[in-house]
Design a protein around this ligand. Structure first.
Ligand SMILES: [Zn+2]
Ligand SMILES: [Zn+2]
Length: 259
């Protein structure tokens, strides 16, 4: 299995995953041209995609879903509530390209097993995903205001997890965002802070996780060095040693090969 976070952040999200013959995008929250260029940079022709999976209807996750689906006739997978809600932003899809799943029920794209699980965010029915193929597994968990017990269960036992480290709480509080938006981000339906990400990874370390990628960083309320050092310190304070990487907002991060 191959996993590459192409773009991750409050300005746009898109990850690529390949397993066997399945080639999928999770979200397409930037301009179609940017995503096409990022895919070609890792030697993937956009026309060879098998699916676009959507986490939720916010524009930083769906901006190019309609464009790419229509251009390459790629099926789009989402739950029914998300389909209804995102229609305004993505336009009409070919009927043959609408694949509705039920949150919590796993399904296959080729040989790739996909499980969408419920997260806590201010969208109609937002989800995270775990993927498994031939004994290897990857998860994506961003846009969740809190880490509930069921979320720990959903992402336990993975080889690699992309986890949100959205903001530094002090930067957010002292920054220029309007009060209502600050409240929204800090709420149970907002985003995980760097500190929350560190504590989450510590608990997942105890459950066996050894490799994580931090993502969905806010452009305004975070920076890459601070996110990394905050999480590293929390892990170090408990003697947990985990391989950590960071997904960039504006350019592809590494390609991870899981074999
Ligand atoms: Zn969102
Ligand atoms: Zn988002």
């Amino acid at each position: 299995m191959l996993f590459s976070p192409l773009f991750s952040g409050s300005s746009g999200n898109c990850s690529f995953l390949e397993a066997g013959k399945a080639r999928v995008l999770v979200d397409a929250g930037l301009a179609g041209k940017q995503i096409e260029a990022a895919l070609r940079a890792i030697n993937v022709e956009p026309g060879t995609l098998s699916a676009i999976l959507v986490t939720h209807e916010h524009i930083d996750h769906v901006r190019a879903v309609g464009v790419l689906s229509r251009r390459y006739k790629v099926p789009v997978y989402a739950n029914a509530a998300c389909f209804t809600q995102m229609e305004r932003s993505i336009g009409e899809l070919l009927p043959s390209c609408c694949r509705i799943f039920e949150t919590g029920c796993d399904f296959y794209i080729g040989e790739l097993n996909v499980t969408p699980f419920k997260i806590s965010h201010d969208a109609v029915e937002p989800v995270g995903y775990t993927f498994s193929h031939k004994g290897r597994s990857v998860g994506l968990l961003t846009d969740t205001g809190r880490m509930y017990e069921h979320l720990y269960d959903a992402v336990s036992g993975l080889d690699l997890l992309l986890l949100e480290a959205n903001h530094d709480i002090d930067m957010l509080n002292s920054g220029p965002y309007p009060e209502a938006l600050k409240k929204r981000i800090l709420s149970s339906k907002g985003h995980l802070s760097n500190e929350a990400a560190g504590k989450t990874l510590l608990r997942l370390y105890e459950r066996g996780l050894r490799h994580a990628v931090l993502g969905h960083l806010s452009a305004q309320n975070n920076d890459e060095t601070l996110a990394m050092s905050t999480v590293e310190e929390i892990l170090k304070s408990e003697g947990a040693s985990m391989r950590l990487a960071l997904a960039h907002r504006d350019r592809p991060c590494a390609v991870f090969h899981l074999e």
